[in-house]
Design a protein around this ligand. Structure first.
Ligand code: GTP
Length: 404
């Protein structure tokens, strides 16, 4: 295995994705939203960069090149020994269409034997070494990271039935109508390079269907889950590697706050130098950007991420929250279970709070509060479980509302 060439692909999506993260994604594309003090895409990228012998990390999406370029430059500086690139789909091609479209670039020299593929919208320990060990043992075409979720939530995901002994995947159904398994697709895969043959088979099948049915539009769109993985179930080519490590989807603002906390906890073990030191008014784990200014009497944490140039005044309180760049949390203001967007301001004694992420979503109920960019909360005003669009002044209390 020592000389095996391995590459990593991260599916970053595009502007029409991440709608459940609005209004945050109106200003900041989802892959670049700060989670645990780092852009969301940094976490899988950093984990891939630790894989021995990995040569390339390719982000595939349909954002403009200029959106991803600064991140590509920065990460290339951070990981100079790995070739990092962004490949832009001319439009949304689905989770396998981009892999098909850019297959020659992914397979260019050095020819990889293995390719890791990860979704952007998950928070995970990305156990690539474990995945590689399992994959090397069975030598199928692919190994999928399987995650166990509570029975009542399983049908929201791609569900996997596998042989309990061999872990060969027997069935795969994307978001089934009724329960079939608690083991779900964790959005992380390891494939042999022969997966591109399977993707071609899927594309040929689609072309053939389109030839016989004028209602089917022939384009390069292809879904990895339904068009490639599901047909591989039961063929002996696809296996599951179940993890008990932390794993969450990052689809909503509430899940972003939870994910931020999970990554901060991971940093406590793996990168404590990135975190603010406990003690005084800091309750671990907390991330504070070096350019932020925090008054010594403000109480911060646990699970707080404070972005660049944020100013936090005397006696303020921030916990289970993300505060984005250039915002001001004035004296004695409180931010709990919330996200405060860029350039926002909470006046003195203002309070923005919410409920922590619920275990299962209750339709129409907002849990964490989200202030988009340039939102000003007047002094002594209470905002609870509200979603606030950009450029708003909030002069009076509001509860459980979307403020347009
Ligand atoms: P939803 O619950 O409807 O959001 O579905 P899902 O959880 O299965 O997620 P979805 O299929 O939308 O996305 C899975 C991953 O693929 C995410 O990382 C997306 O960013 C990425 N993705 C989705 N569509 C595309 C696409 O057209 N192109 C690229 N490059 N990535 C995509």
């Amino acid at each position: 295995m020592a000389n095996t060439v391995t590459k990593g692909v991260i599916l970053v999506g595009g502007p029409s994705k991440g709608t459940r993260m609005r209004p945050l994604t109106l200003d900041c594309p989802k892959p670049l939203l700060p989670i645990g003090g780092k852009p969301m895409v940094w976490h899988p990228l950093n984990a891939l960069a630790q894989v021995p012998g990995l040569t390339d990390i390719i982000m595939i999406g349909f954002y403009e090149d200029s959106v991803m370029a600064p991140f590509v430059r920065e990460s290339q500086r951070e990981f100079p020994n790995i070739r990092i690139s962004y490949m832009r789909e001319y439009r949304s091609l689905g989770t396998a269409g981009g892999l098909y479209h850019f297959r020659d670039l992914i397979l260019r020299t050095p020819l990889p034997q293995h390719i890791f593929i990860c979704n952007i919208d998950i928070c995970s320990s990305f156990p690539f070494t474990e995945l590689l060990a399992k994959h090397s043992a069975h030598r199928g075409v692919g190994t999928i990271l399987g995650v166990n979720v509570p029975k009542d939530t399983a049908t929201r995901y791609g569900c996997i039935v596998s042989d309990p002994e061999t872990k060969q995947m027997l069935h795969y159904v994307e978001k089934p109508e009724s329960w079939i398994s608690n083991t779900v697709n964790g959005g992380v895969y390891l494939f042999d390079k022969s997966v591109f043959d399977e993707i071609r088979v899927a594309m040929d099948k689609k072309t053939e269907c389109a030839a016989h049915n004028p209602l089917i539009e022939l384009d390069e769109t292809l879904q990895l889950e339904q068009d490639v993985i599901a047909p591989l179930a039961g063929t002996g080519k696809m296996y599951v590697c179940e993890t008990r490590d932390f794993w969450r989807q990052i689809k909503t603002a509430a899940s972003a706050v939870t994910a931020s906390g999970l990554y901060l906890k991971q940093f406590q073990r793996s990168r404590p130098e990135l975190l603010a030191r406990a003690g005084g008014a800091i309750i671990e784990p907390v991330y504070i950007d070096g350019s932020a200014h925090i008054d010594g009497s403000a109480k911060i944490g646990p699970n707080a991420t404070i972005g660049p140039n944020v100013v936090v005044g005397e006696g303020a309180r921030i916990a289970n929250a993300i505060v984005l760049d250039n915002s001001v949390i004035d004296k004695h203001a409180v931010v709990l279970n919330s996200i405060v967007g860029s350039n926002s301001r909470l006046g003195q004694w203002a309070r923005v709070d919410g409920e922590p992420e619920p275990v299962s979503d209750v339709k129409g109920q907002i849990s964490v509060s989200v202030l988009a960019s340039d939102v000003h909360v007047a002094p002594e005003t209470h905002i609870r479980s509200c979603i606030v669009l950009p450029n708003k002044n909030l002069p009076k209390n509001a509860y459980n509302q979307v403020l347009l």
